[in-house]
Design a protein around this ligand. Structure first.
Ligand SMILES: [Zn+2]
Length: 342
């Protein structure tokens, strides 16, 4: 309506909606990266995870689409044809893209709830772009209502995230939102299958989270504030060390004569570079752990093991304030890492 359904780009007809989807996916990836970094997840591993999610979502998407198209041609009375194609593809591929999170967060001892929250934030943005595109192409007012509601939810999440909403909450809220808004505005064929499904997943998530993190405000405020000060100081020190290492980086030395240095000089430089890189990586790892503990303080989960949900020993927190898991789980992780040889 506002935009044509198909746009011709360098001689190829491309669906306008696909362009919006691609932009949405770029934002999706960006939010994943940005939020996971902020929460101290290891970026490379987090990217492994989102590629797995993308993969399992895509497999389900294309498989269902294939079955649907096949049924349309060869089996016109097939049950699947009574369902709305778009809703079927979108909802089920979304649900299946969550599967790797459940599997790998357990394996890597990551907080499933926090990851699901990050997923909710990035999927929210993806949906925002797709719906905006759908509105601009079709002109249907349901889409613009959906976009504005989603946008206001998004803004309030960004505003309150970290102190009002504890982890696990955003994901459930997102699912409830989709279920309710979908039920009101998008009653496509088969909707009674999907919206209750989203609703149930949201409830299960809240239930599991509630069970795991019954303990709230484990410590007196003063203790936590004290820890927070320590952590902030440590973070600043590490930042300084990192900065110094960067200045030491032989590739960045100002007097480096580009191009005409002797072979030996270059070999030495390369060696120095490797050592500095390893040191920078190490310091970065320490900083991430400190950031993770600070994030835990901000969401009121400090002192709760992110793996098993038990309380972390106060003695442990005093010596190692950036701890985000209990001694037992930390031992498990380091043993696993040793077994893997890293
Ligand atoms: Zn534990």
């Amino acid at each position: 309506m506002f935009l044509p359904e198909v746009i011709n780009i360098v001689g190829r007809d491309i669906k306008t909606l696909s362009i919006f989807t691609i932009i949405g996916l770029v934002c999706w990836g960006f939010i994943m990266w940005y939020e996971s970094r902020k929460d101290g997840f290891r970026t490379e591993r987090f990217f492994d995870l989102i590629f797995l999610s993308l993969g399992s979502g895509a497999i389900v998407f294309f498989l269902l689409r294939y079955i649907y198209d096949w049924a349309t041609v060869y089996s016109p009375s097939h049950l699947i044809l009574r369902l709305d194609k778009e809703l079927l593809l979108v909802v089920l591929s979304f649900v299946f893209s969550l599967l790797p999170v459940l599997i790998f967060s357990k394996k890597w001892k990551w907080s499933t709830f926090r990851i699901l929250d990050i997923y909710a934030q990035s999927y929210g943005l993806l949906l925002l772009f797709i719906s905006a595109g759908a509105f601009l192409v079709s002109g249907q007012k349901e889409y613009i209502i959906f976009v504005s509601l989603l946008l206001s939810l998004y803004v309030s999440v960004l505003k309150f995230r970290g102190y009002k909403f504890s982890s696990g909450f955003i994901f459930s809220m997102f699912l409830f939102f989709l279920a309710v808004v979908g039920f009101i505005f998008f009653r496509r064929n088969g909707y009674l299958l999907y919206y209750p499904l989203l609703f149930i997943i949201g409830v299960v998530n809240l239930y599991l989270r509630g069970n795991k993190y019954m303990v709230k405000g484990n410590f007196p405020n003063q203790f936590v504030q004290n820890i927070k000060r320590k952590l902030l100081k440590k973070d600043a020190e590490l930042a300084e060390t990192q900065q110094e290492l960067v200045y030491e980086d032989p590739y960045l030395q100002v007097d480096r004569s580009i191009g005409n240095s002797e072979f030996m000089d270059e070999a030495q430089e390369d060696m120095g570079k490797n050592i500095t890189d390893a040191q920078i990586g190490f310091v970065e790892g320490l900083r991430l752990q400190v950031k993770k503990a600070l994030a835990a303080i901000n969401i009121g989960k400090y002192g709760t093991c992110e793996v098993c949900g038990n309380k972390i020993d106060t003695a442990r927190l005093k010596v190692y304030p950036e701890a985000t898991n209990c001694v037992e789980c930390a031992t498990d992780i380091s043993q696993e890492n040793q077994a893997k040889g890293n």
